[in-house]
Write a new protein. Sequence first.
Length: 167
Amino acid sequence: MAGTPTPSPDAEYVEFVRAASGTLTRTAYLLTGDRELASDLVQEALVRTYLAWRRVRHGEATAYARRVLVNLNIDRWRRRQAVPGELDERPDLTDGHGRVDDRDEVVRLLATLPDQQRRVIVLRYFDDLTEADTAHQLGISVGAVKSAASRGLATLRSRYTTVGGER
């Protein structure tokens, strides 16, 4: 339309924030398990998205902000892991109904795996190494990493379901 003014970039950004905040907050909470930390991550992601707003493609703003959010969370996790002697401050996963965190069960289930599968699972999924980095660390081929990860995860899934009942 000839008489319709084009919205300013700031107005477009405000509309984006209204539309995407709920989704970004939910994603941040699932990543962190902590509402306050999730809120902080969303705010920082929105600030960084605003700073790049002129470069963000119109239809990809939520994906861009989500990527920023995930990267901020990874950076936060890496910083926390790099502090020597700091206690592990994992979120309390109790839900108010007497169900508790499954970390102890996961440790026990990992102990049932053959050594190579356990090492691969820990390096790949707990230490977040790539397949190539895991292979290098263990002195095995990438194919051996893929195979051990696949078998180990299948075993953990079946044992977790068996031990914990229907999940």
